[in-house]
Design a protein around this ligand. Structure first.
Ligand code: ZN
Ligand code: CA
Length: 372
């Protein structure tokens, strides 16, 4: 098998293993074995009870003497429907059979890292210390990464392979996110006999939402109501609705302001009435912004340039483990690996891009080795 066939076979092997969030056990066992066969020290951290997953995160290390210790990371979990993936290859592109996601998000990242490590070993490519973190539960709130013990790592910079865009694009900025749940309590009454005695929770919620700044709130901030449920029979004035919502911003203060605004809209809607609002929100992760002259940005761009990739800086609209590593004090960038239509059944990745991602990992290893 040549290198192209090897990385293709590796991706297929990984996507055929079920690993929806929380169920990463089989994937973790396989990867732990493969990493250890390649000569890495491998540990599965003891965070399963904290994340609720079948397994902890994989932390592996290949020691080297030169340059800067660095870390590559990807996540082992996939979104649903991710069970029983049957990959298909057509015209150099890998897809599912259309009934599930493919799970290139993020198994393409894992395959690129493992294939690069295989080549480092087989070809005796010089390297500094390389750490590998494969996280669980990225797709359900970056849970695995949140529990990674950074103090146990040697890495001084991290490269997360978990973005769309062209291979080698560097995500230098990502938004913070708040998850919001709202309960609107009104008052039940018979809609035909005594409607004046009722207070419609649906009406109040509608009023609040219609007053709300949503969608693209400003150039850095977005917000959305994702669901609304409640009520029942048409002859009853509904006493309860539940809404779920989210808000994101590249600026943590703007995010706080948006959440406060959303709360205010609900409070205004019920003011002076025999109705109440429970407004719960949770910050899922903070925003991150990493400067152009930070070591991971410089290394990623130098590596991209070495390979003739465009290597531009981009801003992400979503969160990733990168937000968490930066918040923990480990400078990290997310790197484009050209996964397409992630989180859909049409998800695909080109084998050419898989090879490019592997080559990029090798080039970053070299940049880290010569970094002083
Ligand atoms: Zn991902
Ligand atoms: Ca994802």
């Amino acid at each position: 098998m040549d290198d192209r066939q090897r990385i293709t076979a590796r991706l297929l092997r990984y996507v055929e293993i079920d690993s929806e969030s929380l169920s990463e056990g089989d994937m973790a066992s396989l990867l732990a074995k493969e990493l250890s066969d390649l000569g890495l020290e491998v540990e599965i951290d003891g965070t399963a009870s904290l994340t609720g997953s079948q397994t902890g995160n994989i932390i592996a290390r290949l020691r080297g003497a030169e340059g800067w210790p660095l870390m590559f990371s990807a996540h082992m979990d996939t979104v649903k429907p991710g069970k029983g993936v049957r990959p298909r290859i057509k015209d150099g592109v890998v897809k599912s059979d259309g009934t599930t996601v493919l799970g290139a998000d993020d198994k393409a990242g894992i395959a690129a890292i493992l294939e690069a490590l295989r080549l480092v070993k087989e070809k005796n490519i010089p390297h500094g210390t390389i750490e590998v973190v494969f996280s669980v539960c990225e797709e359900i709130g970056l849970r695995g990464a949140k529990h990674v013990d950074i103090s146990g790592l040697q890495a001084r910079m991290a490269f997360v392979l978990d973005s769309g865009g062209e291979v080698g694009d560097v995500v230098v900025q990502g938004p913070a996110q708040e998850k919001i749940e709202i309960l609107v309590h009104g008052k039940e009454s018979h809609a035909g006999v005594s409607p004046e005695k009722g207070i419609s929770a649906i009406y109040l919620a509608a009023k609040a939402v219609s007053e709300m700044r949503l969608f693209r709130v400003d150039e850095e901030t977005t917000a959305n109501i994702g669901s609304i449920e409640g009520g029942g029979a048409t002859n009853i004035i509904p006493a309860l609705v539940r809404l779920t919502a989210e808000a994101r911003s590249l600026d943590d203060r703007k995010l706080d302001a948006q959440v406060a605004h959303m709360r205010e809209c609900f409070e205004k809607a019920v003011a002076g009435l025999e109705a109440t609002v429970e407004f719960k929100h949770e910050k899922m992760y903070s925003a991150f912004k990493i400067s152009e002259d930070s070591p991971p940005v410089k290394c990623a761009k130098a590596a991209a340039e070495r390979l003739g990739f465009r290597g531009i800086s981009v801003t992400s609209g979503g969160g990733s483990d990168t937000n968490i590593y930066n918040a923990k004090g480990l400078p990290a960038v997310n790197i484009g690996i050209a996964m397409h239509k992630a989180h859909t059944k049409e998800e695909f990745i080109a084998i050419d891009d898989l090879e490019k991602a592997r080559d990029l990992v090798l080039a970053i290893i070299e940049e880290g080795r010569i970094l002083t």
